[in-house]
Design a protein around this ligand. Structure first.
Ligand code: HEM
Length: 407
């Protein structure tokens, strides 16, 4: 991390320390009544229980027992050797954990190999939009999701927020890897490890005084509803923005992109009765789950600065204002204000005028000369961002935390 972004992180940390007490007063987002019907889900049926009160019945007791027994560092050493989808969980793991992993790594019966294959090809044609949207759209939006910001901030990974915040956005990108769900790929491993990390966090965070004081009465973090909120901030948001921008996505590609996210939700432990079966169902669920919970928190604002600090690392901060203005343009002023993005009165209108033209050109709808110069600078900055931040060759290294963020 260079001096510039480190300074930003430290400043953000200081502001956060000063505002810590304030977060007590920040109410959890108002939640709407759960009316989304299970017949809209991939299961097609279900009890209709509000997912706000459902966690992960299979993973949670196993990870709680594993954490209570201790020896996480040896378990993480074993887990580091588990990298391929077609690999059995390491024999040296405790029997209860291995048994859980063996069951959790099974793909759902409704997974469709053709759709997964089609989805993996979307990144090669639309990668710049998808990468920019995961990193600067979804990644930044996560800082306007109070429960996610606080869980991330007060868990062990919160001590290295840059690394932590990069991982959720990068997972979005890895889902689109060519071999994501093929035998030699690694998405099954990544999703099952993430599911175990979430289960560990459910056991650990309730022991954190800082988290319990800001949890708005939620007894255990990362409910099924919370995971779906994040899911919509990734999948549903990206599809909506691509359509809004005029990116040409065929119906078959849109269905394939939904499918890879449906499979990923299942592999992350979301019950099939909550996974939307169609984009219409997803949009309706997103309105009910994501829209009402967006809000401003000191933790979220600190995380925003960290994410923008990552961008500044790419070119010593030269394009930071441009990227910040693009993020504001993408997320809109309401979310921009919530997470403390700077106002960009000059750059934002320029981007609002230039970006649609750039998209139209890239989609073959208008000829070259109509593009203002700023669009190319922006495109180059986004390309660098996507290459360096999201598209690095190495898979996300995930280990189980055994403690919260140190006080
Ligand atoms: C950890 C992805 C939903 C809170 C992780 C990790 C990934 C991930 C890849 C592992 C990162 C690492 O090793 O540090 C996702 C995805 C989600 C999702 C794809 C939904 C689609 C959520 C939600 C919350 C949350 C809803 C909280 C409300 C956390 C926390 C950690 C974590 C606290 C552990 C951080 C640490 O201490 O290292 N998640 N996550 N996640 N996630 Fe999620």
């Amino acid at each position: 991390m260079n001096g510039f972004s480190r300074r930003k992180v430290l400043t953000a940390g200081g502001v956060l320390g000063a505002l810590g007490a304030l977060s007590l007063a920040t109410p959890a987002g108002a939640r709407s009544l759960w009316t989304w019907a299970p017949d809209e889900s991939v299961a097609g049926t279900g009890a209709g229980v509000d997912p706000q009160w459902v966690w992960d019945d299979e993973a949670d007791p196993v990870l709680a027992a594993v954490l209570d027994r201790g020896g996480i560092s040896a378990i993480n050493d074993q887990l580091a050797t588990w990298t391929r989808n077609d690999q059995a969980p390491p024999a040296g793991l405790p029997a209860d954990l291995r048994e859980f992993m063996d069951s959790a790594r099974q793909m759902p019966s409704w997974a469709d190999a053709d759709k997964l294959d089609r989805a993996s090809r979307i990144n090669s044609t639309k990668g710049i939009y998808i990468g920019a949207l995961y990193g600067l759209g979804s990644g930044l939006m996560s800082t306007a999701i109070p429960r996610e910001s606080r869980a991330v901030y007060y868990s062990k990974g919160g001590a290295n927020m840059k690394d932590r915040i990069a991982k959720t956005a990068k997972l979005g990108y890895d889902i689109g890897a060519t071999d994501a769900y093929l035998p030699q790929g690694s998405m099954i491993v990544t999703a099952v490890k993430t599911r175990m990390v979430h289960a560990a966090v459910r056991h650990l965070l309730p022991q954190s005084p800082a988290w319990t004081q800001t949890s708005g009465g939620q007894p255990t973090p990362i409910s099924q509803a919370d995971i779906l909120v994040t899911w919509h901030s990734l999948a549903t948001f990206v599809m909506r923005k691509m359509k809004e921008w005029g990116v040409r996505v065929s119906d078959a590609d849109a269905a394939a992109y939904l499918h890879v996210w449906q499979v990923s939700a299942h592999m992350l432990g979301v019950r099939d009765e909550y996974i939307p079966a169609s984009w219409d169902a997803a949009n309706a669920q997103s309105k009910q789950l994501l829209d009402p919970v967006l809000g401003s928190t000191p933790e979220g604002k600190a995380l925003t600065q960290v994410l923008l600090g990552i961008v500044a690392e790419i070119d010593a901060g030269l394009t930071r204002d441009l990227i910040s203005a693009f993020s504001r343009y993408t997320l809109g002023d309401r979310i921009g204000d919530m997470i403390g993005l700077a106002q960009e009165p000059i750059l934002e209108p320029l981007i609002a005028a230039a970006w649609p033209l750039l998209v139209a050109f890239r989609e073959g709808l208008i000829p070259l000369p109509a593009i203002p110069a700023i669009a190319w600078t922006l495109e180059e900055a986004l390309r660098q961002f996507v290459l360096l931040f999201l598209n690095e060759a190495q898979p996300i290294a995930i280990s189980i935390p055994d403690t919260n963020r140190p006080a």
